[in-house]
Design a protein around this ligand. Structure first.
Ligand SMILES: *Cc1c(COP(=O)(O)O)cnc(C)c1O
Length: 401
């Protein structure tokens, strides 16, 4: 039995602050420590001694509950607008736990421009667990209607903005459709791209939201983590059961790192998206096809900004030529060639060669994923250096004069 279990249910309403304040204000609704440590200590222990053979303490075993993890979980719940949040080993283990709520024979509807690892896990569930998975274009909210089957559809999985095509899904409208036709289906949103600082799917109609904590939440690419947030207590119990049963909860040390990272989420995100906006405008002015929700030319600009407080810090653009794109990627000096995003330093990649290479080539084609697409994940460097370096690489690759 874990302390994180009872906690949030009967807490009094607490005052909510603006997002930047919430990020840094760890209010001790997690678990207090006897010395009033300003930084939540790392309870590096597997077990907790009990007062007697019959009296159970708040914690007994770290797989089920650990004070460092309880603290990061209550802090994240607050940021996500969730009743309960869970910190898990990775973003993929978050999705693993969530999809275990779906049984053999039941159906999942998911987007068709998903994170590569998500695609891989869904394909695994399809082939090994007899779960039916439909991939649909989530940019149009009506596309889902013919796939919704009462009693069969148990989960709808959305990403918005998608990565790397930066397509937007209308969380409120799709959630309404799902809940009307399939009252027992869960709307799940992978909110990794926006972070809870910019978008809170639970407030937009979703039942579950999850993040790869490896990205913006930690911010430094020095840990792997996943976070799941829910509004409903009964649903939280089902998720806690799976985490405890499968043993995927986040370790005390990684919980400490995650909590430390989240405190600077607002400053990192603000700088990163300001830099990204300038780079998007620079590339667009040079005549490239740029995908970024901060550009008025994005076909779903209005929709995105109805749901989110900002545009994030990931964009993609096309050069029109795979070899030229490779040359650009290899010619930058400041931009690390790396998968992932959300780190303080800037990254450049070719999704079809890297993060999305696990999607078979014919499927990439079906989903209109351009092979020459370059993805930029913007960090907190001086944007003038980033633009100079990028401009230089574009010139070397003969994409610009
Ligand atoms: C990285 C990522 C994941 C997977 O998270 P890990 O922490 O790498 O397991 C899931 N969804 C999105 C959108 C991601 O970017």
């Amino acid at each position: 039995m874990s302390a994180s279990k009872e906690k949030s249910a009967d807490q009094p309403e607490r005052r909510r602050y603006r997002p930047a304040t919430e990020c840094v204000f760890v209010d001790g609704t997690g678990v207090s420590d006897q010395y009033n440590a300003s930084s939540v200590p790392i309870y590096q222990t597997a077990t907790f001694k009990q007062a007697s053979a019959t009296e159970m303490g708040e914690y007994d075993y770290s797989r089920s509950g650990n004070p460092t993890r309880s603290n990061v979980e209550s802090h994240l719940a607050k940021l996500m607008g969730a009743t309960r949040a869970f910190a898990i080993a990775s973003g993929m283990s978050a999705l693993d736990v969530i999809t275990r709520l779906v049984k053999s024979g039941e159906e999942i509807i998911a987007g068709n421009d998903l994170y590569g690892g998500t695609n891989r896990l869904l394909t695994f569930l399809k082939t090994h667990n007899n779960i039916v998975v439909h991939h649909i274009d989530t940019t149009n909210s009506e596309t889902i209607l013919p796939y919704l089957k009462a009693g069969k559809t148990k989960m709808v999985l959305l990403e918005t903005p998608t990565n790397p095509l930066i397509k937007i899904a209308d969380i409120p409208t799709i959630s309404q459709h799902v809940h009307r036709v399939c009252p027992d289906a869960l709307v799940v949103v992978d909110n990794t791209m926006m972070s809870p600082y910019l978008q809170r799917p639970l407030e937009l109609g979703a039942d579950i939201t999850y993040h790869s904590g490896t990205k913006y939440l930690s911010g430094h690419h020095d840990l792997m983590a996943g976070v799941v947030g829910v509004k409903d207590n009964a649903l939280a119990e089902r998720i806690f059961f799976v985490i405890n049963a499968t043993g995927s909860a986040l370790s005390p040390f990684d919980s400490f790192l995650l909590l430390r990272g989240v405190k600077t989420l607002s400053v990192r995100m603000e700088t990163q998206q300001r830099n990204c906006q300038q780079i998007a405008e620079f590339l667009e002015a040079k005549g490239f096809k740029v995908r970024y929700p901060g550009l008025k030319s994005h076909p779903q600009y209005e929709l995105h900004h109805r749901m989110a407080l900002g545009s994030g810090a990931v964009l993609s653009f096309e050069t029109g030529d795979v070899e030229k794109s490779e040359k650009v990627v290899e010619s930058t000096k400041l931009w690390a060639i790396s998968v992932s995003f959300g780190c303080v330093n800037s990254l450049i990649s070719m999704p079809c060669r890297m993060s999305h290479a696990s999607i078979p080539a014919h499927v990439r084609k079906e989903r209109d994923l351009p092979e020459d697409l370059i993805r930029l994940c913007i960090g907190i460097e001086d944007v003038r250096d980033l633009i100079e370096d990028l401009e230089n690489a574009l010139r070397i690759a003969e994409c610009i004069q």
